[in-house]
Design a binder for this molecule. Structure first.
Ligand code: ZN
Ligand code: ZN
Ligand code: ZN
Ligand code: ZN
Length: 382
């Protein structure tokens, strides 16, 4: 972990995790949004625990309402259960019936669904695979957890539409069990996790609360205003895995800049630089970012669409879907161990967003650093 060195070229105040200065770093107020209806909700199995019945009722009620509107016999005077006739009634019935069947798959421990392969105890009780991995005996009868598959339940599961596990957060979608997990990965009701790289912070909650979390729990992250800034990573030669993080505010949004250093198995050192938006995937698609390293007659540029923090940067880094360079390239562009990365955020145009692009060139005249760019120092994490 680094001390309190500040690179001489740093024009913005630098903030470290352990420093107690906070003035400039906290200027980014949360963007104007209505107050969240619901505070942090747990993810995973436990997410479904709170109100497993609610989605059933919503689903059934919605089906009934739709059926009511479509019903030719609707007089509009006294809509109610009694006026449900014909196709309307059967649609509502089948939604209710589906939920009844789905409830048969509820895990007695976490109330998530025990999806195929369905494993039962010797007495026939089922438990979801998540909970099963943590149990030594059946939660219903305390009997041994044998590896007995329940094929009848598995066949039944194929006939059931299971509600999304974020139903209690407001998701109304239901899926065949094979499509459920895939949806939940991208479900917009999935809680957001702390966007800081490195797994040390376990916070999760709604999008509206992310900025508040960052300004309260990660006070030392530097924030700069503007579309064009310099992200300064100091001491890039520090050994081991290090993340540098900074915030950039422009267009009314907050962007998080991440430089991650990894040491690979073959002891080669790789750097990954990426930008993520504190926002949804849809919001992120409105923007493009450009990262640029400028050095002696050299320039390395990467342009792409920012990631949404809902997706995070881990997968993108693992897939090298970001600005990637090794320690040799880093040393070409670094000055006395500090690396400045020019970051430009822009509104996406149709042509620019299509794909990420990478250009490198060594024939360029030395790039004039835009004098308007302000420079801020990335906070080191881990
Ligand atoms: Zn469970
Ligand atoms: Zn049992
Ligand atoms: Zn969902
Ligand atoms: Zn956090």
């Amino acid at each position: 972990m680094n001390g309190n060195k500040v690179h001489p070229s740093s024009k913005a105040s630098a903030h470290y995790r352990n420093s107690n200065s906070s003035a400039a770093a906290t200027t980014g107020a949360p963007i104007g949004r209505p107050a969240p209806l619901q505070s942090d909700s747990a993810a995973g199995c436990a997410g479904a625990k709170s109100v497993p019945v609610l989605p059933q009722m919503i689903g059934a009620a919605a089906a009934a309402a739709a059926a009511l509107a479509a019903s030719p016999s609707s007089s509009g005077l006294t809509p109610g259960a009694a006026s449900l006739v014909g196709a309307g009634a059967s649609a509502a019935d089948s939604a209710a019936h589906n939920m009844e069947l789905a409830s048969l798959f509820e895990c007695p421990v976490c109330f998530d669904y025990a999806l195929p392969p369905v494993i039962q105890c010797q007495a026939g009780h089922i438990v979801c695979s998540n909970c099963r991995a943590k149990l030594t005996s059946c939660p219903s009868c305390r009997g041994p957890l044998a590896n007995i598959r329940n094929l009848a339940m598995e066949r039944l599961a194929a006939q059931v539409q299971f509600p999304c596990k974020y139903a209690s957060n407001g998701c109304l979608a239901a899926f065949h069990h094979t499509a459920k997990a895939e949806h939940e990965e991208i479900c917009e009701f999935r809680p957001y996790v702390c966007p800081c790289p490195g797994a040390s912070c376990k916070w999760q909650g709604s999008l509206e609360n992310v900025m508040q979390h960052l300004t309260q729990q990660h006070k030392s992250i530097t924030t700069l205003q503007g579309e064009d800034i310099i992200f300064l990573a100091t001491d890039i030669n520090l050994p081991g895995a290090v993340d540098w993080v900074m915030m950039q505010n422009c267009f009314g949004y907050h962007f998080m800049l991440v430089l991650e250093k990894q040491e690979r198995m073959d002891s080669q050192v790789m750097f990954y630089a990426i930008v993520q938006l504190i926002g949804t995937r849809k919001q992120a698609e409105q923007f493009a970012y450009r990262l640029e390293l400028n050095g002696q007659r050299r320039r390395l540029t990467w342009e792409a669409t920012p990631r949404s923090i809902h997706d995070g940067v881990h997968a993108a880094i693992a897939n090298s879907d970001c600005l990637v360079f090794d320690s040799n390239i880093a040393s070409l562009f670094a000055e006395t161990g500090n690396l400045g990365i020019s970051v430009t955020i822009s509104m996406a145009t149709a042509a620019a967003v299509a794909t990420g692009s990478l250009n490198s060139s060594s024939d360029l005249p030395q790039q004039q650093q835009q004098s308007s760019s302000i420079c801020g120092q990335g906070m080191q994490i881990g």
